[in-house]
Write a protein that binds this ligand. Structure first.
Ligand code: NAG
Length: 321
């Protein structure tokens, strides 16, 4: 392939991103599957009604089990972004066919691949960040779930509980299964709600900003509202099954939503074009291109780099030679 130089630049600039990504995944793993970060032990009031709801069983027995959430949260955005990028690429390619016909296959598909990897990569990064934020919040606050006392099963006689106003700080007050008690101490913010809203919002922003539906105008609002409804449903079910307080769910929605909005607006610039692979220096001084075969030049002006506007750079570039 003739496109060696810009690709090399790009792959070097990806190294810090890969390191950060690996660190994020590792941290998420430590929060999720190890007890490296011990949960803060909070006390409780004897017979506290807001923590005495019946134990609903492990998360796997929920109406919306974690397996279902994780599969949907992975599958829906991946599918949407793949479909959206392929559609945008091939509709755009038809318009600019004579421009790209000279380029080699790898140069032709390279922008498409770059966009897909970038959007899915940022999505994955946000996914793990949301996991870390929710887990960190749960571990630091140690707020209890509504079924905490049913899981804890404190011996009120041994603790000397006479009135409901008495506050128990004894660390070994619980007689229930330690694993269940530990997970009943992790409630704020709700991770499932955060992940579903993050995923739904990222997908909704992708759909509204990139999709160009020529048919009915209601397609995009329908997809968007369906996804947001599904995310809300996760939170509602969590509250209905006594697994979280509504404030946990609200905080989860806020966490996931804020991360999605931040990533889309500040990091991937509303799914607009990417920075060109070649340094801008090359465009300003065409004489410095002398060492590079001229065939690589159309790669810089690839059809997808100009998707969604920003024609300024393209025009300035083409006016030079
Ligand atoms: C609770 O504690 C009291 C006093 O220590 C003890 O007699 C009783 O057997 C305990 N009850 C349970 C269910 O463990």
């Amino acid at each position: 392939c003739l496109q060696i130089r810009p690709q090399l630049n790009c792959s070097i600039s990806q190294v810090p991103a890969l390191v950060i990504m690996a660190g994020t995944v590792l941290l998420a793993y430590y929060f999720e599957y190890t007890d490296t970060f011990p949960v803060h032990i909070q006390g409780f009031f004897c017979y506290d009604k807001s923590f005495s709801k019946p134990y609903p069983g492990p998360d796997e027995r929920s109406k919306i089990p974690p397996v279902l959430i994780y599969s949907l949260v992975t599958a829906i955005p991946t599918f949407t972004i793949l479909v959206g990028e392929l559609c945008a690429f091939f509709t755009k390619a038809e318009e600019t066919q004579e421009k790209t016909i000279v380029t080699a296959d790898c140069c032709y598909f390279y922008p498409l691949l770059r966009r897909i990897v970038r959007f899915l990569g940022v999505y994955a990064f946000g996914f793990f960040t949301t996991t870390i934020f929710s887990n960190a919040g749960q571990v630091v606050t140690g707020n209890q779930t509504p079924h905490f006392l049913s899981a804890c099963r404190p011996n009120y006689t041994a603790l000397g509980c006479q009135s409901p106003m008495q506050y128990i700080t004894e660390r070994r007050a619980c007689t229930g299964n330690p694993l269940v008690v530990m997970s009943a101490r992790k409630s704020f913010p709700c991770k499932d709600a955060a992940l579903s809203v993050y995923s739904a919002l990222y997908t909704v922003m992708y759909v509204t900003l990139v999709f160009r539906t020529k048919g009915t105008r209601l397609t995009k609002p329908t997809i968007s509202l369906t996804l947001l409804c599904l995310a809300m449903l996760v939170g509602v079910v969590r509250v209905a099954e006594y697994r979280n307080h509504w404030s946990d769910v609200l905080a989860g929605f806020f966490t996931g939503g804020a991360i999605a909005v931040f990533l889309v607006t500040c990091v991937i610039n509303n799914f607009r074009q990417l920075q060109p692979c070649t340094p801008p220096l090359l465009a300003q001084h065409p004489e410095s291109v002398l060492g590079v075969p001229m065939v690589t030049l159309p790669c810089v002006e690839s059809p997808l780099d100009n998707l969604n506007g920003s024609q300024v750079r393209g025009k300035a570039w083409w006016s030079h030679p």
